[in-house]
Design a protein around this ligand. Structure first.
Ligand code: HEM
Length: 441
């Protein structure tokens, strides 16, 4: 500990040292430290000269993410993401981030996502006969792998639309993203290789003047309001890589846990199916009808409460700040864990219980605002939040009424809290037809 730090009023914390990262060893440490020391914990580390603050108090979290967000930049872990993705909007900060986010934001708006949802629906339509074949063959489905492929396909179609068939003609250069759960140096090299494929596609699209409705066209035509400049090819490349990684694993992970939780909560599954039958009769429903459902988004939110894919994220204090009575020195590392924050019994009674009705309670809106952060909060809140609900809701609306998925094993599945929160292994499910013959139009 440096002299300067010794004179500060730091929060309570352990005497022993810990280096917190988004890895499986850190979750039990953080759970224990917050149980022992409270909602703000100061942790010293052998590897980091500045102290780390672990926050579990809603006021402190809001101050870092919203109230005084200008004092905090992306922190520990994001340098690794930067190696993988370059300077896309997840990792960038300051003026460059603001410019990129402002240029990209319209693509994530409700009207734009509604148009992009056509690709999402098309892909789910293709899954119907595929899942039918699996059901008829009595095959078990690795739903974890299936959702990973689903998430990847959805984001790729939303980015490249008409160019995608050409990009994946012989073998998909993207396939490893759904298959390889490790994020080691080999992944970095493969993502770099992928960069060449994407860059060729950007250049060809720019030159052709073709503008099918997809993220690539929207970003190509986006202009900086102040200067009128477009993004360079390299900037676009980093943003597209960012979208592919940020967009596919998170929604895929949520759907993986949703299918698992529906199996373990037949009452919730029955109610979800009732809602789909009552509100989306037949198969020719409209997009607006899916997005107007009430119970389905509650099921998804409750899944995100229990299994937030981004279970830990970090910030770095640029200047000094105060959180409650405590001093935050410049350079301090800040850690926030949606996973642990969502399991605080003070805000979420019986936190381990899966109960979508929490999100229908009279105080639900207030709770969501203060105690629910699967998408973070403030200006760095997830850009793809609405998009993810569209891809998750369209998927459930189309497949859940046709097929029943039942876990092969009743044993509870443990979590793997690495960069994203995954299931410890692939969840195997028996798939069977619910209706004799049905195909959505
Ligand atoms: C259930 C699904 C998802 C979850 C739980 C999720 C969660 C998050 C979280 C927690 C952050 C902020 C991290 C931080 O503050 O350090 C974030 C940022 C981001 N997410 Fe998502 N995400 C999801 C889906 C998506 C999808 C589908 C897309 C793209 C289509 C996407 C694109 C982004 C982008 C671009 C950012 C960076 C925003 C910025 O810093 O300006 N996400 N996401």
């Amino acid at each position: 500990m440096t002299d300067a730090v010794q004179h500060l009023n730091l929060p309570p914390g352990p005497l022993d040292r810990h280096t917190i990262n988004a890895d499986p060893a850190s979750l039990p440490v953080l759970a224990r430290l917050t149980a022992e020391h409270g909602d703000i914990v100061c942790i010293h580390s052998k590897d980091r000269p500045h102290p780390s603050f672990f926050l579990n108090d809603p006021e402190h979290i809001r101050q870092v993410l919203i109230g005084n967000h200008g004092n905090y930049v992306k922190g520990v872990g994001f340098e690794r993401v930067k190696m993988l993705l370059g300077n896309g909007i997840i990792t960038s900060d300051g003026e460059f981030w603001r410019r990129q986010r402002t240029m990209m934001q319209p693509a994530f708006g409700r009207g734009s996502v509604a148009r992009l949802s056509i690709n999402v629906r098309d892909h789910n339509r293709e899954l119907v006969p595929e899942w039918g074949k699996l059901a008829d063959a009595g095959t078990t489905l690795n739903i974890t792998a299936a959702m990973s492929h689903y998430g990847l396909e959805v984001i790729l179609r939303s980015i490249f639309s008409t160019d995608l068939p050409r990009l994946v003609r012989e073998s998909s250069p993207f396939a490893f993203l759904a298959e390889d759960p490790t994020r080691d140096i080999r992944t970095v090299l493969k993502v770099r290789e992928l960069g060449r494929v994407i860059l060729d596609c950007i250049r060809a699209r720019r030159a052709s003047g073709d503008r099918p409705y997809d993220f690539l066209s929207l970003f190509l035509d986006a202009r900086d309001k102040k200067t009128g400049a477009a993004m360079s090819d390299e900037e676009l490349l980093d943003e597209l890589k960012t979208l592919i990684i940020a967009g596919h694993e998170t929604s895929a992970g949520t759907l993986n846990w949703t299918w698992y939780l529906l199996h373990h909560h037949p009452d919730v599954k029955a109610r979800l199916l009732e809602e789909i039958a009552a509100r989306l009769p037949g198969s020719s429903w409209k997009y607006e009808e899916v997005m107007a459902l009430d119970y389905m988004p509650r099921v998804l939110k409750e899944t995100l409460r229990l299994y937030p894919p981004v279970w830990l994220f970090s910030r770095r204090a640029v200047g000094a700040d105060r959180l409650g009575d405590y001093d935050v020195p410049a350079g301090a590392h800040i850690f926030i864990s949606p996973y642990l924050f969502h399991r605080n019994a003070r805000y979420w009674p019986e936190p381990e219980r899966f109960d979508p009705e929490r999100f229908a309670a009279p105080d639900a809106e207030e709770k969501e605002r203060l105690h629910f952060i699967p998408f973070s909060a403030g200006s760095r809140r997830c850009a793809g939040e609405f998009f993810s609900f569209v891809e998750m809701q369209v998927h459930l609306a189309m497949l859940a009424p046709l097929y029943d998925l039942a876990c092969v094993s009743e044993a509870p599945m443990s979590i793997d809290p690495a960069i994203n929160l995954r299931s410890q292994s692939g969840i195997m499910m028996r798939i069977s037809r619910r209706l004799p013959v049905a195909s959505p139009t």
